[in-house]
Design a binder for this molecule. Structure first.
Ligand code: ATP
Length: 412
């Protein structure tokens, strides 16, 4: 296919569009758009718009029209099936003012897919062999919906490239890697990529963290630093453009160092690590075993730590015997006693019960205590069981995991 767009690829504006009633009605999560946006970023192509449209021809044509006016590259997923509500082919043809044409070779390929499955091809699947005149096909080796690759000259404007892929994620990804990505790369020189590095923090709110990073979280800065909050974890995403991942990392290193220096212990991990992952890594590295006795969070800490593969070599879950709470004067003494009673443990942690049983109608914010014991260090903290009711428990679990992380690092 000829190179029609004169702009360097890194100046392109891309739009990713998902197609289908299933998506716009909220029945299905649009993971294709997320995946395609990342794949475009890896090619150094900036995604400027996301859009979704249902299975309605006139609305689909209008959505393509909007995309053609504002983007140089439109990648669509969905609507290439054989049924009456699969309208992507017609929508592209009508939005661009071209006819659909039947292609024998594509029809034979679709027939082959059915033969391999030992079934005759239903007549409706012939629909999938129609393409906008002037478009290239994108082979779908394991499905019946070939993709469309169409370059169209916008009235009084530059060329726009429209790529349509099936909605089935496995087919879409395979076709992207086998055909679309190499085609876009061949348009090159794609001389840059966008790389993201993510730093995760716990223990301060979004605005407090932003205030600790003056001048870093600013639009237009390169590397750009974005901040997001999810379940009390604050993540800083540092993004930049370079020839390779190594180039990008070198360019973002001073920004990463500044963040690390300013935020210190608030940072627990990077690039998807969880608090439990970090605890697990530190215990394994030191060959240490942690004992946990949980009166307050119904075993959720054990579940989180087991979930990242900590087995009985590194973790001992002790039965929470209510009698112990009365037998010992405080949680620190209980934590010490547990550690001394279990010779295989390097540390012990006791999570106390929620006061006022965590009842929402109490005047006070419920609190709970946590105590740690190691041979030379005993510590305890009182934590608030607070925040939105739907997230309170998750937040409490993270608070405890964060204290365990900090305790293990302190003893280290
Ligand atoms: P096919 O030719 O296989 O019918 P299609 O191009 O017509 O594919 P759709 O019918 O729109 O695609 O979707 C097929 C299935 O793919 C959906 O039921 C859904 O499971 C999945 N799917 C579609 N769009 C998306 C999306 N944006 N994100 C995640 N999954 C999707």
């Amino acid at each position: 296919m000829k190179e029609l767009i004169a702009k360097p690829v890194e100046n392109w504006k891309a739009e990713v569009m998902s197609v289908g009633d299933e998506i716009i009605s909220g029945q299905r999560l649009d993971t294709n758009t997320q995946w395609l946006s990342r794949a475009l970023g890896d090619l150094g192509i900036t995604v400027r718009y996301h859009s979704s449209v249902g299975d309605d021809l006139s609305e689909h044509i209008a959505a393509i029209g909007v995309a053609m006016r504002r983007a140089d590259l439109l990648i669509m997923s969905g609507g290439l099936g054989p049924t009456a509500d699969d309208l992507t082919r017609q929508a592209i043809a009508q939005a661009c003012g071209v006819e659909l044409e039947f292609r024998d070779t594509e029809c034979l390929q679709i027939q082959t897919i059915f033969e391999r499955a030992g079934r005759p091809m239903p007549a409706s699947n012939r629909l999938q062999a129609y393409f906008p005149v002037g478009s290239a096909t994108i082979a779908n080796p394991e499905g019946t919906a070939p993709g469309i690759d169409f370059q169209f000259r916008r009235p009084e404007a530059e060329w726009v490239r429209i790529i349509a892929l099936p909605g089935v994620p496995a087919e879409m990804k395979q076709m992207w890697s086998a055909t679309v990505e190499p085609r876009l790369r061949s348009l090159a020189p794609i001389c840059s990529m966008v790389h993201h590095h993510v730093i995760h923090c716990f223990g301060a709110g979004e605005s407090a963290i932003e205030a600790m990073l003056p001048n870093l979280i600013q639009r237009g800065r390169d590397p750009c630093v974005g901040i997001t909050a999810s379940g009390a974890t604050i993540s800083l995403r540092i993004s930049t453009r370079g020839k390779t991942v190594e180039d990008c990392l070198e360019k973002m290193q001073p920004t990463i160092e500044t963040i690390r220096t300013r935020l210190g212990d608030l940072i627990f991990g990077e690039n998807g690590e969880t608090l439990a992952d970090v605890i697990s890594r530190d215990l394994r590295r030191n060959q240490w075993k942690l004992g946990i006795c949980d009166f307050g969070l119904s075993g959720k800490i054990a579940v989180a730590l087991n979930g990242c593969g900590l087995d009985s070599m590194f973790l001992k879950i002790l039965e929470a015997d209510g009698g112990d709470l009365h037998r010992w004067p405080d949680l620190e003494t209980l934590a010490n006693q547990i550690r001394l009673n279990h010779k295989d443990l390097n540390f012990s942690t006791v999570i106390g019960p929620l006061d006022h049983d965590g009842k929402e109608n109490s005047d006070q914010t419920p609190t709970f205590s946590i105590a740690f014991s190691a041979p030379n260090l005993t510590l305890s903290y009182q934590l608030r069981y607070a925040g939105h009711s739907a997230l309170r428990e998750e937040r409490a679990v993270k608070q405890v995991l964060n204290h365990i992380r900090l305790f293990v690092q302190k003893v280290n």
